[in-house]
Structure formats: C-alpha cells, structure tokens
Design a protein around this ligand. Structure first.
Ligand code: PMP
Length: 346
C-alpha cells in the first residue's frame, strides 16, 4: 500500500504528536458546561457551524462567511485534496512535510508529487513552481511552520509563491502558526488562489475535540462545499470549540510558556553539544546526532517512558515541547546519553 496511517501512542510521556500537555482550564470547562445546558443532542448538529465560525472569525478579525469549520484541520486537508486533486491532477507538496497529505491523496487514489528540501527547509522557489507545473498540480499544500522541520517560510515568500503558482491553488497549513504569529489569514482577500487552514489542536490545546478551520475567498468556498461531509462537526465539538475560543488568553499564555521553554531547551541542548538542533518555529524541535546513534537514542527514550517521533530517513527525532518538568525529563535523557558517548542502557 502506498499510503499508511500510524495511530498515536496512548501511554507514556507522549511528546510525539505536538499536542498541548495542559489539560483544559476551569474557565473553558465552565463555559462548555453552560453551553451544554442548552444543547439539543436529540437533533443533528448545525451543519453550517454558524456560531463556531463566527467565534473563530471574531478572534482573528475575519469574515465568517469565508470560514469552513471541520472535524480537525485534517478533515479540511482531506476536503481540499478531494476537491482539487482528481482527474489526473496531483497534490504537490514538499518533502519532508506533514505525512497525512500523502495519506489523504492515497485515499482518493490520486498521486502526490513531492519536492525534496533540505531539513533546514530551504528550496528554490522557481524550481518548485516549475515542478508544480510539470506535475499537473491541482493543489499545492505546504505546512508553515513546517512539520517536521520546524522551519518557517516568510510571508513574503508565500506571497511570491502564490503569485507564481496562480491559478493553481496554494494552501498554507498553519496548524502551528500561533507559535510564530505570521499568519496569511489576513491576505486571503488579496490573494485569490490562497487557502489558509488552522486548528484548535496545537496552541489552543484542544486536540481531543477535533476542530479546525479553513479560510478562503468565496468563489473557492463554492468549489469546496460540495465535497464537505454533512454534520461533520458534532454539536459537542462545536460547543467545546466555542468554549475554547471564548478564552483566547489561555492560548496566548500557552504560546508564551512554550516560547520561554524553547529558549531554555535551546540553551541546554547547545550546552550538551552532542546534537544538531532543528528550527523551532512551532511547539516541537528536531534533533540529529551528527555521528549517528539514532536508534540507541530512541531506545534511551523508550527506556525512560518518553514517546517521541522518529524520522529514520533523515536520522532525526522530533520532540514536542511539554511542561517544564516534562522537558526536564527529556533533557536528562539527552544529557545522560551524550555523557555515555551515545549508548542506551545495557
Ligand atoms: N497540519 C499539520 C502540519 C499537523 O502537524 C497536524 C497535526 N499533527 C495537522 C495539520 C492536523 O491537525 P488536526 O487535525 O488535529 O487539526
């Protein structure tokens, strides 16, 4: 099978899926409960997710009519791929990038065309645009910041890429953009072939409730809606998501906390000296051991009950930034491993 989905681990210290380690705040839970009191769970959900779209649009200062809410941004990635990558049109993506792009393209028996980049995320824009043309792109989809490299493409480069790719649609998957604050959401009205997706799963700390958003011009919305699954965001998800969006200061504090931890982790890893640290534009970091020894390092994490994500083809691992005490546990493993010269426990 060309495409495959690896389900997430459910035990140990889970730093493999870039979720938030914080459980929902009492403020969010109280708002959720008060919304729940009026929920008509005997009825189908509001398929239009009107109030939810409004809540998202209000926080970011957007037009709610240009928002689609989805069952996680994953559902919106699938929606775009289903709508635009049919009839011989490919999904053009970078490699490395988010693996689910490949999965959803495989689900409709369509093809990805993958443009290889260095782990530092650099690539030649002209060559990429030519690549998209050569591969009959129906959609170009890029995560920014990139998962797994942690690289951030500048807004200026995104603008230029969109212009060069036009009329092919460029979708920017901004699942991690709250950590970098450089969103293209406000440029959608000026760039007709641009789509932006975001999620409540990362900075907003709500991966379990499955809610993502897509923002685009009205003509493109009309092309997407015929492929949207009916009632795909449940009433419970809509209410929980509205409760999360009602308390943006909690997300903002979370972003601040991650940003402080980032600086500390960077300093400590540089002091250890044994690892090559990737960019940190999101809520995770990647590590490479220049002299190899990756599987022994993975074993050391497993022995300490810490779940991380590996990229064997790139000799890298990716680790989510958790709570300070969780990050300490990771740093302890990294220090001990480096002191032992790169060997796991006997
Ligand atoms: N895009 C990227 C780049 C991701 O890393 C993820 C989750 N790992 C998603 C989208 C999907 O997030 P969700 O479906 O939870 O919104």
């Amino acid at each position: 099978m060309e495409f495959e989905y690896r389900a997430h681990e459910t035990c140990g210290l889970r730093l493999n899926a870039n979720e938030s380690s914080l459980t929902p705040s009492s403020e969010v839970m109280e708002t959720f409960q008060s919304l729940l009191a009026f929920a008509e769970l005997n009825r189908y959900p509001d398929d239009d997710a009107f109030e939810l779209r409004q809540a998202f649009a209000q926080y970011y200062g957007l037009n709610p009519e240009q928002v689609i809410a989805g069952n996680g941004s994953d559902a919106l990635l699938q929606l775009m791929i289903t709508a635009f990558c049919r009839d011989g049109k490919t999904l053009v993506m970078l490699s490395p990038d988010f693996g689910m792009y490949r999965f959803y393209t495989g689900c409709i028996q369509s093809q990805t065309a993958e443009f290889a980049t260095d782990w530092n995320g650099e690539f030649d824009d002209d060559a990429f645009v030519q690549f998209a043309e050569d591969h009959n792109a129906g959609l170009v989809l890029i995560s920014n910041p990139n998962n797994p490299t942690g690289h951030l493409l500048s807004a200026d480069r995104v603008r230029k890429l969109a212009k060069a790719l036009d009329p092919v649609i460029l979708a920017m998957d901004e699942a991690y953009m709250n950590f970098s604050d450089q969103s293209m959401l406000h440029e959608v009205d000026q760039i007709p072939n641009l789509i932006v997706t975001q999620t409540l799963s990362k900075a907003w700390g709500a991966a379990g409730m499955r809610c993502g958003f897509l923002y685009v011009s009205k003509p493109i919305i009309e092309k997407l809606l015929p492929y949207k699954i009916v009632y795909s965001v449940s009433t419970l998800d809509q209410l929980a998501a509205r409760a999360v969006l009602a308390h943006p200061q909690i997300m903002e504090e979370n972003v601040k906390r991650i940003s402080e931890e980032k600086k500390r982790i960077q300093k400590e890893i540089e002091a250890i000296g044994a690892y090559e640290l990737g960019e940190m534009a999101a809520n995770f970091y990647s590590l490479r051991m220049p002299e190899g020894g990756l599987s022994a390092l993975e074993q050391a994490f497993a022995e300490n009950g810490i779940v991380i994500r590996d990229y064997p083809d790139h000799s890298r691992i990716r680790i989510t930034i958790g709570l300070p005490e969780e990050n300490d546990r990771v740093l302890d493993v990294l220090k001990e491993f480096a002191q032992k010269g790169g060997e796991a426990h006997a």
